[in-house]
Design a protein around this ligand. Structure first.
Ligand code: ADP
Ligand code: MG
Length: 247
């Protein structure tokens, strides 16, 4: 059982303060959705949690089982059990997915025997065409193929916590279902993945079954609730929050 605890997080990028004090606790097996208008700071939150260069933290902590991640480079955060599914997955020419996973497994001290078979089985499970496994990472893949590819990596790496930054963007209905169900399965299987799912759409949440939904506006969580909050947002939009929050 692991806990990801974000406490009083204040951060800026390019001299502009974007996160204005974020508090959030996610435990193993839980799915927390983060919804909010464009520019609210959702991707910034994911970048700060993972340690993307260029972001300055002014206050707060990001604790994984009590250990503050903020002093660690991104690769050490990943080794500690954090994983980001990027909104726009990077293309890495010359590096195949199995090569990349081989390196990642080795770096974690995990056995790489049978990795190729595990990759093939996982590809089958999420309907990622096996012919694409020989391609360089994300190179010349469609939006949906990239997200299936990202989901495949997540499933095999088995992190403690995954942040999904708009996993649903660029996905057709079948791909959305396959990817979301795979993530949902991971929350219920051994290891009990904890998930922070950034999304604009209920369709993803219908598959992911969030325990909590948080609304992020202008760098603050302005309301938290159960799945019914996402339903209400669909009808009401963010207007009332945008009017209420002044900085
Ligand atoms: P969201 O994901 O909620 O749509 P972001 O976190 O991407 O929002 O962006 C929040 C704000 O921070 C926006 O105003 C955006 O323009 C700004 N921002 C994000 N990243 C950078 C950056 N690298 N340089 C300058 N401004 C940035
Ligand atoms: Mg974003």
């Amino acid at each position: 059982m692991s806990t990801l605890e974000i406490k009083g997080l204040v951060a800026s990028v390019a001299g502009k303060q974007i996160l204005n004090g974020i508090d959030l606790v996610v435990r193993s097996g839980e799915v927390h959705a983060i919804m909010g208008p464009n520019g609210a700071g959702k991707s910034t939150l994911s970048a700060v949690i993972m340690g993307k260069p260029g972001y300055v933290v002014h206050a707060g902590q990001v604790l994984l089982d009590g250990v503050d991640l903020l002093g660690l480079p991104a690769w050490q955060r990943a080794q500690a059990g954090m994983h980001l599914v990027m909104q726009y997955p990077s293309e890495v020419p010359g590096v195949g997915i199995t090569d990349m996973l081989h390196e990642a497994f080795s770096a974690r001290g995990r056995d790489t025997h049978g990795l190729a078979a595990a990759v093939a089985a996982e590809a089958d499970r999420i309907h990622f065409p096996p012919a694409l496994l020989d391609r360089s990472l994300n190179v010349d893949l469609s939006g949906g193929e990239k997200k299936r590819n990202e989901t495949l990596q997540l499933a095999l790496l088995q992190p403690k916590f995954a942040i999904l930054d708009e996993l649903d963007s660029g996905l057709d209905i079948d791909a959305l279902r396959d990817c979301a169900r795979r993530v949902e399965d991971a929350t219920n299987e051994a290891g009990a993945l904890g998930v922070l799912a950034i999304t604009h759409y209920n369709r993803l949440l219908e598959e992911l079954h969030p325990d909590r939904v948080h609304i992020l506006v202008k760098g603050r969580i302005v309301e938290s609730g159960g799945p019914e909050l996402a339903d209400r947002l669909e009808i009401e939009g963010y207007d009332k929050y945008l009017k209420a929050v002044r900085l």
